[in-house]
Structure formats: structure tokens, C-alpha cells
Design a protein around this ligand. Structure first.
Ligand SMILES: Cc1cc2nc3c(=O)[nH]c(=O)nc-3n(C[C@H](O)[C@H](O)[C@H](O)COP(=O)(O)O)c2cc1C
Length: 235
């Protein structure tokens, strides 16, 4: 038997453990998916298959979660609303009501604090519009999907939901589907009636959501600054 000196052995092992299990081609495909991920806000009427939706849900389940914070309890649940259903109409009405509440609250804050940035006034106008016309993504796409993440200590459910939704977004992109974040779903989680539609104990979960369907038009690839321009290497 050939005896390998310890140092050489260690070097070999370390080189071996740094070999990626993925090929360059795998990485090129991943890069293409990352670059193709865009927000889609206009959907074709065709309904994506349930298999595709379930593979998107599975991608969401693979995303990390705050394991310590939720102490091993069931951490994530998915609720799929299909266009035209009574319950989707119900949650669309709840979303409008939520936008109205948020507008009222912001109006009070703006009246009390004149130093709030101009952006707050712009946001107020957007909320007022949503309260009138409804929230895009709820009823404007074949599917509205709500993800509920168990609230833990410390609270990290919105961070976990962001990871989950990003995984779902990338999988939807890989399947040629369009995806829109519906971030008002986070505030809707505070609405007892919304929890009751989902059938989850009120106050135990944070929520967020997205709309999915075939894009009416495929947006061009993402535009971002050069990574070198926004990166500082600190020695
Ligand atoms: C925290 C967060 C919340 C967002 N909420 C919404 C939303 O409610 N509706 C929407 O259409 N887009 C939403 N977006 C999408 C952004 O507007 C979008 O990612 C950004 O304009 C860049 O465009 P891209 O996704 O096509 O690269 C949200 C993005 C983030 C990160």
C-alpha cells in the first residue's frame, strides 16, 4: 500500500473537497436563469399546469428557513388561489381594504410629521389607487400564491419568505412562467379574516405572496451595474 505523507494527503483532500459537483454548463444555465428573472405585471389568460405550480412550491420549500427561531415546528405553508374562484375574489377585496387602511394610517402620519420624505406622499397616492382599483397580482394573473411562514423568536419570517419567494421566482423563470411579487400580502397577514380564509391560527404566521402565469410579453434580461463597480475588497 502506498503511504501518502500527511501534508500531501491533506492537500489532496482539500483540492478534492473544492471540486464543484456542477459542470460549467450547469453554471451557464443557472446564470441564464438569474439574468432572465424579471418582474412580470401582465399575464396571458392561459392557465399553467398544476404540475408546474407544484414544482414552484417545491422550489420554495427548498429555500432556507430560520430553523432555530421556529424550533422544529412546521415552518412553511402554501395557499394557491386560482383566477375566477370565489375565495380569490374574497382576498382581492381584503387586499383593497388593507390598502385603504394603510393609506389612512400614512395620511395620519403625514399630517403629524411634515418632515417625512416626498416618497411617502408618492406611496400614499399609490395606496389610494390600490384601495380604489385593487392590488395588481390578486385577480390579474391565473394564480395568486400566498406563502405563510411560522413566526418565531427572534422574528425572521419575512426574511425567510423573501428567500422562499426568490426560489419560487427562479423556478417559475426556468419554466418560462411570469412572476410578480404581491408584497401587500405581508400586511394582509395582520388581518384576522385573511388568516381565517387561509385556515391558519391568527398571529402565528407571517405571510407574503406572488402572482404567476404566462407573461403577456417577455421582459428583456435584467440590467444591473457591473459587479466590480459596487464591490469593495477590504484587506
Ligand atoms: C421587497 C420587495 C417588494 C416588492 N413588491 C412588489 C410588488 O408588490 N409588486 C410588484 O409588481 N413588484 C414588486 N417588487 C418588484 C420590484 O419592483 C422589482 O424587482 C424591481 O423593480 C426590479 O425589477 P425586476 O424584478 O424586473 O428585476 C418588489 C421587490 C422587492 C424586493
Amino acid at each position: 500500500m502506498k503511504i501518502i505523507p500527511f501534508n500531501t494527503y491533506e492537500r489532496k483532500v482539500s483540492r478534492m473537497t473544492h471540486v464543484s459537483p456542477f459542470t460549467q454548463q450547469d453554471n451557464a444555465i443557472l446564470d441564464r436563469i438569474l439574468e432572465s428573472r424579471r418582474s412580470v405585471r401582465s399575464f396571458a389568460p392561459d392557465i399553467p399546469s398544476k404540475e408546474d405550480i407544484m414544482s414552484i412550491v417545491r422550489a420554495g420549500l427548498l429555500a432556507p428557513y430560520a430553523a432555530q427561531a421556529v424550533a422544529g415546528q412546521d415552518f412553511r405553508r402554501f395557499f394557491v388561489f386560482q383566477e375566477g374562484s370565489t375565495q380569490l375574489a374574497h382576498v382581492a377585496a381584503l387586499a383593497k381594504r388593507q390598502a385603504k387602511r394603510m393609506a389612512e394610517q400614512l395620511r395620519v402620519e403625514l399630517a403629524a410629521n411634515s418632515s417625512l420624505p416626498d416618497q411617502a406622499r408618492g406611496f400614499l397616492q399609490r395606496l389610494e389607487r390600490l384601495a380604489e382599483t385593487g392590488v395588481p397580482g390578486i385577480g390579474t394573473a391565473p394564480y395568486y400564491i400566498v406563502v405563510a411562514e411560522r413566526s418565531g423568536i427572534p422574528p425572521a419570517e419575512q426574511q425567510s419568505l423573501a428567500h422562499c419567494l426568490e426560489n419560487m421566482w427562479l423556478k417559475a423563470t426556468a419554466l418560462g412562467l411570469g412572476f410578480q411579487l404581491v408584497s401587500v400580502t405581508a400586511q394582509m397577514g395582520r388581518d384576522r379574516e385573511f388568516s381565517s380564509v387561509l385556515g391558519i391560527p391568527h398571529g402565528e404566521f407571517g405571510t407574503n405572496g406572488c402572482a404567476i402565469g404566462y407573461p403577456m410579453k417577455r421582459p428583456p434580461p435584467v440590467e444591473r451595474p457591473d459587479a466590480r463597480e459596487v464591490t469593495k475588497w477590504i484587506d
